[in-house]
Design a protein around this ligand. Structure first.
Ligand SMILES: Nc1nc2c(c(=O)[nH]1)N[C@H]1C(S)=C(S)[C@@H](COP(=O)(O)OP(=O)(O)OC[C@H]3O[C@@H](n4cnc5c(N)ncnc54)[C@H](O)[C@@H]3O)O[C@H]1N2
Ligand code: MOO
Length: 401
């Protein structure tokens, strides 16, 4: 059997980072991967400005009880006059600091009567001023290549005036489900059928990573049906994910169909539960990963083994997300052969550690455990764990994005 971490590393190496880049309008860049490191065009803020609504003064002019005439009222977006000695300028949050002013008095600490300001609270030199370049300095690196763009990155790039950003093309993923027992959604269920849940599930997992599930095909358990679907996927996609039919059953035809399509297939038995049968093939230079058909196995294998490959092929810099350590809320099952990945729900413990509640039914067909869970706890093979022990925790929040 192949060790889990070895399988994960080998799969991540099965595809290459993209070489082509394209420009994308910033407002459509959510989920895309930045293809070049970007630098700041501007100091941010571009000029000293007020962090509060109040009055710009010269600190040296302050004396308790002394009135300062209001020289100008300057709104955000307007150009202030130079501040004259012994006066003040009414300003607002975002207003530029007038030349000669060095301190902002907030309006709650002062009283303005007949255009004269009386300061009620002694100010501190320099307070409530946002300095030019204190956020970002011109020519500094804003974001590194290989970073996934989200709302935070869009905010930073927009503040620098980037209307377009260089990104990698969206990774095209083809999904193939197999099995005669599967009914298409929207059709009535016949005897001995179940609905095809792996197809929509994998499409959603692919979308969640920011890749594009361009085809979600279903093949019957015949060689011809599988081959036809595979040909379409190999022609149109960068990465193909099939699910089901890789075990030892008599109708498990995925392997010969891939071989017929020109692919060489490595069938793995990974030391993990769920998810032992996994296969990796390559046809016309494109990786094909075959996942076990049990829905929870497919979900777990996608998250732990396939998502690093997807991130790498997307051009991301970080393809292995962080693994946390958290405490088990109860004694987990003992497993002496495979590392077991159990569905858990995370809660904050009293001692600063995250505590993991364990779902009561851990079978690899128990789909209801998936929406219940926040991630997977890893129980290494051959060791007995008890309540309170720390174990590696792979949270969906890190591993599905
Ligand atoms: N004799 C043995 N039998 C099995 C072994 C074994 O080692 N020896 N391994 C078991 C394990 S572990 C797994 S996991 C499964 C993997 O089998 P396959 O990848 O060949 O998957 P299938 O047999 O096609 O399906 C398994 C299960 O999942 C359901 N399924 C499949 N596709 C979908 C779908 N798109 N949507 C919903 N449900 C799906 C299918 O109906 C089966 O119930 O093999 C074990 N057997
Ligand atoms: O490997 Mo199977 O995935 O244990 O259910």
């Amino acid at each position: 059997m192949l060790e889990f971490d070895v399988a994960q590393a080998q799969l991540a190496q099965a595809g290459n980072a993209p070489t082509k880049t394209e420009d994308c309008p910033l407002h459509q860049a959510q989920g895309r991967i930045l293809a070049k490191s970007l630098t700041a065009h501007l100091d941010m803020p571009p000029a000293d400005n007020s962090a509060m609504d109040g009055y710009a003064i010269r600190f040296a002019d302050y004396q308790p009880g002394r009135g300062l005439p209001v020289q100008q009222r300057c709104y955000a977006g307007e150009q202030p006059q130079p501040l004259q000695a012994g006066q003040c300028i009414r300003i607002f949050t975002g207003s530029l600091i007038p030349e000669g002013a060095d301190t902002v008095v907030i309006q709650e600490d002062a009283t303005e009567t007949d255009n004269v300001l009386l300061i009620d609270q002694a100010p501190k030199l320099g307070e409530h001023i946002r300095r030019r370049g204190e956020d970002v300095q011109k020519d500094s690196t804003l974001l590194e290549a290989g970073r996934r763009i989200g709302a935070a990155e869009i905010a930073l790039l927009a503040s620098q005036g980037y209307a377009q950003v260089p990104v990698y093309p969206r990774l095209k993923v083809g999904i193939l489900t197999t099995g005669d027992e599967l009914a298409e959604l929207g059709t009535p269920l016949q005897a001995a059928q179940i609905y095809n849940s792996n197809g929509p599930m994998l499409a959603a997992l692919v979308t969640g990573l920011g890749a594009d599930p361009v085809h979600v095909l279903h093949a019957k358990d015949t060689f011809e049906s599988l081959q036809q679907a595979l040909n379409t996927l190999i022609a149109d996609c960068d990465l193909i994910i099939s699910v089901g039919g890789v075990s030892v059953g008599e109708k498990d035809l995925v392997k010969p169909a891939i071989e017929k399509a020109g692919g060489e297939l490595d069938l793995w038995r990974v030391r993990m539960k769920p998810g032992k049968p996994v296969a990796l093939a390559r046809a016309q230079g494109k990786p094909i990963v075959c996942l076990p058909g049990n829905p929870v196995s497919a979900f777990a294998v996608f998250a732990l083994l396939v998502s690093p490959l997807v991130r790498r092929m997307q051009g991301r810099e970080q393809w292995l997300p962080p693994i946390e350590h958290a405490q088990l809320d109860s004694q987990p099952p003992f497993n002496d052969i495979r590392d077991e990945f159990i569905r858990v729900r995370a809660q904050r413990g009293d001692n600063g550690h995250t505590r993991l509640g364990v779902f009561s039914r851990q079978g690899s067909g128990v789909i209801s455990s998936l929406p219940w869970s926040d991630g997977l706890a890893r129980i290494p093979a051959g060791r007995q764990f008890k309540e309170g022990d720390l174990v590696p925790y792979y949270s969906w929040a890190s591993w599905l994005v």
